[in-house]
Each structure stands twice: as C-alpha cells, then as structure tokens.
Write a protein that binds this ligand. Structure first.
Ligand SMILES: Cc1cc2nc3c(=O)[nH]c(=O)nc-3n(C[C@H](O)[C@H](O)[C@H](O)COP(=O)(O)O)c2cc1C
Length: 214
C-alpha cells in the first residue's frame, strides 16, 4: 500500500484550499515519490446526500444487520478508499463557520456503526487504523488566533468525527482572511500555511511503511 487520498471540497476552480491541498500533496510526494494518488473532488463532483435506503439501513442495529440491497455500496467504496490510504489530504473552505456540505456528505458515508466505529456506553470507538490527515483550510475571515472574530465549528467538528472512527492524527493548516488576499500575497500566505506542516507524524504511522512496499 502506497497511496495518498486527496480530497478537495471547494466549488471554485481557482481556490485557495485547492492550491493548498495540492501543495501538501506535493510535499508528501517529495518524501514518497512513488506514492499513488486517489482523487475525490467533491467541489466538482459532489456525493449525493444520504439517501432513503442508506438512512433506513442505518436507522437501527436490526436494519444494519440486514441492510437494504445496495444501500451500503457507496459507503463501502468510500470507506475502502480511506482504508487504502497511507495519508489523507483534504482541502476545504470554511462555509458558515464549519465544513461545506459536500464534505459533510462524505462524512455521512464514512461514519458507520459496526464498520468504522463501535457504539459503546462511553461513546463511539474508532475501528480504523490511525493515519495522518492533513487538512488545508481556506477561510475568508479569521477563525483562529488572537484576531479571530468568529467561532470555529470546523476544526473541532472534524477532530470529533474523524477521531470517532480512529483518525486521530490530524493537522489543520489554515489560510485565513482570504477575502483580503490578491494575486500578489496569496502565494506567501499559502507558503506560510504549508510551513506549519509537521511531517514527523509520518514517522511511526502507516505512511513510511507504505514506502517500504507493504
Ligand atoms: C457559502 C459560503 C459561506 C462562507 N462562510 C464563511 C465563514 O463562515 N467564515 C469565513 O471566514 N469565510 C466564509 N466564507 C468565505 C470562504 O471561506 C473563502 O472565500 C474561502 O477562501 C473559500 O475557499 P476556497 O478559496 O478554497 O474556495 C464563505 C464562503 C461561502 C461561499
């Protein structure tokens, strides 16, 4: 296994989060030149919202044990993409203080009781092996740091949902105040966001083992 799952969520072709996620992938490829890339562009090709048959199958342990035919196919495909990845790179805008709905649609497919998490009295327990997830965020305003002027429901939300399936090694790399970036200062802002990346997390997780051809 030697794979990076690269996800983009912006509806815009010339987008800050797209350019940032591409730069993160390039950084990983410097370490793993032979890695293959699996691509999901939810900005260009959104997933459907959770459909009736999927929601019905997920509605109780009994229906999960006897799923409606075909109802879990998309979910299974998307979970297997996560399982095949040594590292995951997500480029996402902040939309109304949190993730855009196209990213939520993916989350609704990959969190599945009995498949990616166990329900316990103490809460969800992840069933997937951890692997690094690098999340490049573009926000028009400021949501982190001393100058934050809006709540952030994006990073704690992603930490909670991805953590609940076992993905706990997350790095958030934000470009903030994009509303005030023009062509001249967008590149330094992106480089600054990228510079915060900590590739040491790759040291004891799946990704370097992937380089050895496992
Ligand atoms: C529907 C929508 C909602 C948005 N909500 C927020 C928000 O809550 N906070 C913020 O800082 N920027 C918000 N923005 C601005 C985007 O985060 C900003 O334009 C960002 O650069 C978009 O990412 P992109 O460049 O990758 O497309 C919003 C933009 C849209 C289209």
């Amino acid at each position: 296994m030697n794979n990076i799952l690269h996800i983009d969520c912006s509806p815009r072709a010339e987008s800050h989060s797209r350019q940032l996620s591409a730069a993160i992938v390039n950084k990983l490829l410097e370490l793993a030149p032979g890695a293959s890339i699996s691509r999901r562009d939810f900005g260009a090709a959104p997933l459907p919202h959770a459909a009736s048959d999927y929601a019905t199958t997920l509605s109780s342990p009994a229906t999960l044990a006897a799923p409606l035919k075909g109802s879990l196919d998309l979910s299974e495909t998307l979970i297997q993409e996560v399982e095949a990845a040594g590292a995951i790179v997500i480029g996402t805008p902040m939309h109304n203080l949190t993730v855009p709905s196209v990213l939520k649609a993916w989350i609704d497919q990959i969190l599945r009781a009995g498949r990616t998490f166990k329900s316990t009295p103490a809460g969800k327990v992840g069933m997937l092996r951890d692997r690094p997830v690098f999340i490049g965020i573009a926000a028009g305003g400021v949501f982190a740091g001393d100058r934050a002027n809006q709540p952030d429901f994006l990073t704690p939300y992603l930490a909670a949902v991805l953590g609940s399936i076992g993905l706990k090694t997350l790095q958030f790399l934000p470009i903030q105040a994009t509303a005030f970036l023009d062509g001249d200062n967008a590149t330094p802002a992106r480089m600054k966001a990228l510079a915060a990346i900590d590739l040491r997390v790759l040291g004891n997780l799946a990704f370097p083992r992937a380089l050895e051809g496992e």
